[in-house]
Design a protein around this ligand. Structure first.
Ligand code: BGC
Length: 431
């Protein structure tokens, strides 16, 4: 009974996962990828990385590894022994600059130098995992195209991230340094490739589902028609899939987008990623309460909910009767719990289905993974990927039901510790 109520409510709001046609959405995504690789361009940046997966790595020398993620900023040292075993040392973690308050260009790079100078004294090779849309040049430096994930440092847009960091560090100690900037999806792909060198895969995808969401894959260089200077026959492409704007959006998606720092941009990311899923669930619950779907007291309490975070949502589905939980506190009758659970579950299912659509589109586009013995490796990272209850199982369900069963393409999820840090070190030490 309650399933019908929530299905109908979500469908009316344009938020129901069941109304997304997997095949149609996959084909639309592939078309947008192709356009993004051509000079015409599309909502998918399809950023050439000038990195392939065929490099040699310097061993027994440390690289400084910096990781600027959507929430945290980490810095430390990584080196590889003769057997390519990585050691990850001296890592410290702080908040990503520009999340708590708006920073000027000078403040932003000044903070970066302050956070990194101590570790940067230990090696002149820097790998910088920078998880924002960044145009990479042949020297492996990167120009920030725009911010995502609500970071506030507008003067940094259009700046070279590596050059600014290196000159800031040089002002401290007079030393020159090399820096390689890479996206977190790319770092994760390289890290995953690094730990599976004894396996044979028919391709790799780097997939992040955390504060933001994105994926990268390996493309034939001759299909990247917007560039003519590829150095190898394949290249890793950062799709910037969070910016995709061809999915049908619902009422709550549009309202959340309007209230964000960058209305109109990053539409896919705002529909599913960790930074946005909490507020989106809040909006859906309030919408349902407004229509009187819950008991009277519960409707009232839900309407005055504020700043719901994904962690509270995740804890609710993990333990829907824990009276400490802010959502459980809104419940008046057992049916409230059931309805709430089903609404949240449906939003997690939508995130998983959309993730499966873009991952499947990538695999279908490259034609990889037709041999079950040589599947495509999907290297997955991100707190939400691992911690959001049922997300991974639902993602796997859609991938199996559509990509494998209907299209005959196979994949395997790869996971490991510190893969993006290891991949970043690989990029810094590759030649
Ligand atoms: C960024 C991507 C990044 C993703 C995952 C998005 O907001 O634009 O570059 O890969 O988040 O961290």
């Amino acid at each position: 009974m309650s399933k019908t109520i929530i299905t109908q409510f979500l469908s009316e709001q344009g938020m129901y996962y069941g109304d997304l046609n997997f095949e149609t959405e996959c084909q639309k995504f592939i078309a947008e990828m192709e356009k993004g690789l051509s000079p015409e361009g599309s909502s998918l940046d399809m950023i050439p990385t000038y990195l392939s997966v065929k490099n040699n790595i310097d061993t027994n020398v440390p690289a400084v590894v910096i990781d600027a993620g959507g929430t945290n900023f980490r810095v430390g040292l990584v080196s590889f022994d003769d057997n390519m075993k990585a050691s990850v040392n001296d890592f410290s973690k702080t908040r990503m600059p520009g999340i708590e308050r708006e920073l000027s260009k000078q403040e932003f790079f000044g903070t970066l130098v302050d956070y990194t100078k101590e570790v940067a004294a230990k090696s002149s090779e820097i790998g910088f995992c920078f998880s924002y849309p960044t145009q990479i040049n042949k020297d492996k430096d990167g120009l920030l195209l725009r911010w995502s994930k609500e970071v506030k440092a507008p003067e940094v847009v259009g700046e070279m991230i590596g050059a600014n960091l290196v000159s800031g560090l040089k002002a401290v100690d007079g030393k020159d340094r090399n820096v390689a900037i890479l996206n977190d999806t790319v770092a994760t792909l390289l890290g995953g490739k690094g730990i599976t060198s004894e396996r044979e895969f028919d391709g790799y995808i780097g997939f992040i589902f955390g504060t933001g969401t994105n994926l990268c894959y390996i493309e034939d260089a001759n299909k990247i028609t917007k560039i003519t200077d590829a150095q190898d026959d394949t290249m890793i492409i950062n799709t910037e899939s969070g910016a995709y704007n061809k999915l049908p959006r619902g009422m709550m998606d549009k309202a959340l987008d309007e209230a964000s720092n960058n209305p109109g941009d990053y539409q896919l990311e705002k529909m599913i990623s960790g930074r946005y899923l909490g507020p989106l669930v809040e909006a859906v619950l309030k919408g349902a309460a407004k229509e009187g779907l819950f008991s009277a007291t519960c409707n009232e309490k839900l309407m005055s909910l504020e700043n719901l975070e994904l962690i509270d949502v995740s804890l609710f589905v993990a333990h829907p009767h824990n009276t400490e939980n802010v959502l459980v506190k809104c419940v008046q009758e057992p049916t409230d719990t059931t309805l709430m659970y089903e609404l949240i579950d449906a939003m997690i299912e939508r995130a998983a289905k959309i993730s499966a659509i873009k991952l499947s589109a990538c695999i279908l586009k490259t034609g990889a993974g037709r041999d079950q013995a040589r599947p495509v490796a999907i290297v997955g990272e991100g707190t939400t990927f691992y911690k959001l209850k049922d997300y991974k199982e639902k993602l796997d369900y859609y991938m199996k039901a559509y990509l494998s069963k209907n299209y005959g393409h196979y994949y395997e999820f790869i996971q490991g510790e510190d893969l993006n840090l290891i991949g970043t070190a690989i990029a810094a030490l590759a030649h």
